[in-house]
Design a binder for this molecule. Sequence first.
Ligand code: GDP
Length: 196
Amino acid sequence: MPLNFGKAEFVRSAAGAEQFFWDGLPQFAFAGRSNVGKSSVINRLVGRKNLAYVGSSPGKTTQINYFSVDRRAYLVDLPGYGYAKVSRAEKERWGRLMECYFQEARMTAGVLIVDIRHKPTADDVTMHSWFRETGCPELIVANKLDKLKRSQVEPALALIRGTLELGEGDVLLPFSAEKGTGKEELIGLLNAACES
Ligand code: GDP
């Protein structure tokens, strides 16, 4: 039976490896630079306005948030990266946390959110390589589709594909957290990742 994303709740936060948990249920790890709309994508998936925290003080939190979905899987909200005003200490904390998380690397799928309007940043490329190294399926979500004119979409997707060196089989999904475009496709892909 497909997961009911409408049945989602916050479970806990983890600021260090000792607070990670792997209980055997599938985990979908969501990553993206600050302000890319990661919280908005998660909120859109679960059909709630503010399950994941949207907006103010991007980059301020260096913790991982776990949300259960249908009590059968978890959305794992990895802390955003690339926010210019973050202190060096906070960047280092972020790096250590990610290193620990990816070392354990037991996620069922990774969701990398990029901004459809821009060439992926060096940090996006790094995050993409970390997901690749885990060997788990990776879904690339190109968010803020509603901000582009129709004629701009294909060139934008081509730039993302090229920068991330995506192959034929890699998933790049145009998405709008604002409008809901791509929601059902993403839910379908996450369900498929659980079954494979
Ligand atoms: P996060 O820092 O990655 O969690 O980003 P947020 O979810 O807080 O979103 C950052 C800003 O982008 C907010 O002002 C959102 O309203 C806006 N935003 C997020 N997704 C979209 C989208 O698909 N389209 C548009 N137009 N704005 C979006």
